[in-house]
Design a protein around this ligand. Sequence first.
Ligand code: 6GU
Length: 229
Amino acid sequence: MRIDVLTLFPRMFESPLGCSILKRAQEASLVEIALTDIRDFAADSYRKVDDKPYGGGPGMVMMPGPVFDCFEHVQKLSPEKSRTILLTPQGKRFDQKKAAELSKEKRLILIAGKYEGFDERIRIGLDAEQISIGDYVLNGGELAAMVIIDAVVRLLPGALGDEDSSKDDSFSEGLLEYPQYTRPETFRDMKVPDILLSGDHAKIAEWRRQQSLERTKKWRPDLLKDDNG
Ligand code: 6GU
C-alpha cells in the first residue's frame, strides 16, 4: 500500500511514523508513506496558502490553488489509482469498519487542512470522500490523518508480529475486547480468573465471548444497537 499525505505540517508526522509498528511496516515495505508540503505549491513568494473567507467571518480558509496543484503533483508520483480522503470534522465518522475497508486499497491520498476549513471547491473538484475521527474539533487534519494511518496499517497482513493479533481486537467483531491477564498470577490480592489457567481452550473461548458481550452491554451499549454505520 502507498499512502500520500498532503499537509502544511509534514514534521508533525515524523515521530508517529518513526516508531513502533508504523516504522516496522514501512521498513518491511508493507506500506510506503510519503508526505508532501502543500505550502511548496503556493503561487507567491510569501508561500500563502490561506485567505479570508468571502462574506466575512473569523479565521482563514485554505485556498484551492495550492491544494489542487499539490494534489495533481502527488497523483503523478505513482501510477496506482488512489482513493482520496479529505480530513474534516464535517466528514463521516471513522470506525473500525472504515479502517478495514481502507486497508484493502492499493493507494490512499489523505489531505489534511489547517485553519478554519477548506474552500468548498476543493471538496467538489477533487471528488474527495470526507472523513472525521470524532465529534470534536481539532486544530487541523494532521492528527486525524495519523489516527487513520495507524488504524489502517496495523490491519495490513504482516504488520503485527502475530498474524492473528488484530482479529480479537475491540470492535473487530462489533464488541469490546475481553479482559486480558499476564503474570503474575496474583497481583495485590487480585487473582487471574481460574478458567484462564485451566488449559481448556473451548471453555476459555466461551468465557471470553461472554465477557466481551457483558462489557459491551455495560460500557458501550450503543455498539449493540447496530446504528453505527
Ligand atoms: Cl478530520 N479534522 C479536524 N480539524 N477536526 C476533527 C477531525 C478532523 N475529526 C475530528 N475532529
